[in-house]
Write a protein that binds this ligand. Sequence first.
Ligand SMILES: [Zn+2]
Ligand SMILES: [Zn+2]
Length: 804
Amino acid sequence: MPLHQVIIPSLKQPLLYEVPGDEGRSPLIGRRVLVPLRKKSVTGYLWERAETAAPDLEIKPILRFLDETPLFPEAMAPFFSWIADYYLCPLGLVLKTALPPGLAVFEFQKVSLTAEGKRALKEEALAQEERNLLGALLRSRGRALARFSPEERRLIKELGKKGWVRELKAWQKEKASPRKEKWVRTGPCFEKNRFPPKDFPLFDFLSTHPTLPLQELRRHFPLSHQRLTTLVRKGLIEMEERLLSSDPLGEVIFEEKGPFVLTPHQEEALALIGRGLKEKTYQALLLHGATGSGKTEIYLQAAEAALNLGRQVLVLVPEIGLIPLMEARFRLRFGGRIALLHSGLTDRERLDQWQKVLKGERPVVIGTRSALFAPLTDPGLIVVDEEHDPSYKQGEHLRYNARDLALVRGRLSSAVVVLGSATPSITTLYLRKQKKLEYVGIPKRVGHQALPEIHLIDMKEYRKGRQFPILSPPLREAVEKNLKEGKQTLLFLNRRGFDTLVLCTLCGAVFRCRNCSLTLTHHVHTRNLLCHTCGFEMPLPESCPSCGGPGIKTLGLGTEKVEKELSALFPQAVIDRMDRDTVTGRRAYYRILKRVEERKTDILIGTQMITKGHDFPWVTLVGVLSADLSLNWPDFRAGERTYQLLAQAAGRAGRGLHPGTVFIQTFNPEHSIFRYVKNHDYLGFYRQELQFRRDFGYPPFSRLVHCLIQGNNESRVAEVSERLGDRLREEARTHRWDPLLEILGPVPAPIAKIKGRHRRQLLLKSPHLRLLRRAAGTIVGWEKELTQGQGVRIVLDVDPVDML
Ligand SMILES: [Zn+2]
Ligand SMILES: [Zn+2]
């Protein structure tokens, strides 16, 4: 019997199994199978064929195939392998991330209460823990053994001896299996005289509705199960089960204005894309243009060209909130040929969309980062809109970047990849310089809304002692004026998990590491300033080393605090807040936006969530409360991020007929970035930023692998980190990796503790990808030995985006 590798999502390595009977002939890679593993049965995915196995290996046969056809096209296998290799992670994790959730079928050990146990619970005098456990089993009608703690399991063993509980094997079925619905239709003996007179209304109804869902019928006639059975037995009606398709597509929001006359820039972009599509060669194109510059029209026409050639289209947006807009535009052109894939769908909806794409029924896929894995057999066009957005990077499990992988998938499937942004990432712009992608810059269309006016507010002027107002007087006046005129205001605050910055309120100076040029962060318990990249440390000075004055202050603002203060300032205004605390799901997000759209909200305060892509014609004022927090983020991308955030925030002002105004509050208005922001000169900023990156060897002039060491025990985490650092340095000496590989750390992570877990980090940096990957691969090899029995985990992040 043929041998095949099977990928089991929870395992680090593929295992070998025998493929029984004639199954070996049909297409195999990607088929879902049930295989024996230790004493259980689990779900796996068939992978490549293996010629031979080691002689002493016991090979078991596959138990059964769970589907008729593979769950992804075979052509995607090299893509998955590439990802596993590049991100140094098991193929199982890649498949788990890529495939729709809720498809695992497995066997598990279940504990349930016996009749004797029920009696004991009622009648016997039990110890408290026994009562708790039996009671829990009674309420839950049995529970997986794996969900009990070791102590509870010991107790279960004892209770088992008494015959009060028992362990048995149970099956976990797919959570995402397609939903079925019962339908009724008229039967072969459907005649009026066969119905009893009291059922004539039912007969009449069925005469006009010969086939309908049972639920619908029951809404008119309360039919009991028994009566239905009788009707079926007499042949008056028939019942059947139909697959319920759950389509998440929403309503079309607006009508398209057309026809479109293309600008020369649009023509140029489309000609480039068209050529790539026709020649069927990989090609990357950067569309550099603001919202409203006609990028979407290029996507649409390019998609049409791809479809006309019989190829498929994948469109990625960074956030769920941006899907409805893109979807609406595409739906007007392509109608029902669109599928949506994003995390806001239920498992069932996601599987349904996945299967429609797999069958070729929906050749256009729109979605967030995970849609990158859509099972398209021949994607000809891949669009990554707002390509600079950090949301394309997944921050846990498989830490992939969908923007980077879009280029990889494009290369593997000879597709044209279009990256679009008003503020492309520095790395992408650098690819242009290396001639690795084509570039089309699209200026804002003439006659479109005027660019907003940008005012810089020097917060040093409004300081009182070490205190300063949340709203500077000019911004406060502007908000007041806006309120009086019935217009809306957005107040933007950059805040993430960790939000304090030490600066001088007299001269605006911040403390930077002399090795890395990154901002030092303040540690409350040591009163020290620390560099989280190289570990450089210094005591927090009393007076400012730059101006000598007593202006040193910790700066930190929360949206909640801002909301409170604003309510006091403007008691008559309706103030709303949007941040991670108020927005827990898609609904909450829309609800807040809807209120702004309906002009119910006067002032919206929020984090970067409010700056993305929404058009509110009555928002004429945007205030950035503290540009310093973002600008001095301890990350080499702080400048890039700040420019992108400011540009995006500014882009929210004056989208309608009324011109917009932007106020940016900062202690450091002299910072060169503001000059570029004011002049809307991103390429100028890019040139300056590139110089900084070159000077300090940051990407794109190097690549990084971030290594996080975490665990509950602080000293063990420190110990493992030190050992890892020492071994790595020794390895580097032996192989002479120096000076091409830099090893920075270990140091405490910027967020040194999350949910009781202590965190340290180590950063590998090198201009040589191969060397860097070799070093990172070494860490993977040591992981087990270093961490075993320590309660410590090592997490590698290739091309990290957030290093907190
Ligand atoms: Zn440093
Ligand atoms: Zn100073």
